[in-house]
Design a protein around this ligand. Structure first.
Ligand code: CTP
Length: 140
């Protein structure tokens, strides 16, 4: 049983999230996802997620490639989480390339390429730019 662990906020789930989770799952038998709690996201990205931690976890749990989710409460605890879940491989997006090499002593560390052109931050910006016209509710 080869266990894969990965981490992230996964707010406003988008195709980049789905692709990296599918590719991570293909590396082993069981995919475990640490979902950054809202407080951690606030300190990491300077804003609260749109969705609650519970909803982000529920949405990820509904994906067939995800076997288990848990709350990531501290960025410093990655090594503890890897040991707690007995993970064989840590997967991170290549925006973190090299930053988690310290964990190579306890598991394999794989950086997967990000999907280009999409991110939660970009989605929020794009949605904020949408300026509905008064009659927009009449069309779909
Ligand atoms: N990810 C990806 N491709 C993207 C966006 C994210 O592969 N286009 C990956 C990240 O590398 C990470 C995981 O999805 O491994 C969760 O990333 P997260 O930070 O939650 O998503 P972002 O869209 O990058 O969020 P933000 O814009 O708020 O930074």
């Amino acid at each position: 049983m080869k266990k894969i662990i990965t981490f992230g906020t996964y707010d406003l789930l988008h195709i980049g999230h789905v692709r990296i989770l599918q590719r991570a799952a293909e590396l082993g038998d069981r995919l475990i996802v640490g979902v950054s709690c809202s407080e951690l996201n606030r300190s990491k990205k300077g804003r609260a997620p749109v969705y609650t931690t519970e909803d982000r976890m529920a949405i990820l749990s509904a994906l067939s490639c995800v076997d288990e989710v848990f709350v990531e409460r501290s960025l410093e605890a990655k090594g503890d989480y890897i040991k707690q879940f007995d993970a064989d491989v840590l997967v991170m997006g290549d925006d973190w390339e090299g930053r988690f090499d310290e964990f190579k002593s306890i598991c394999s560390v794989v950086y997967l390429p990000r999907t280009t052109g999409i991110s939660t931050s970009k989605l929020i910006a794009d949605i904020s730019d949408i300026n509905p016209t008064p009659e927009s509710h009449l069309t779909d």
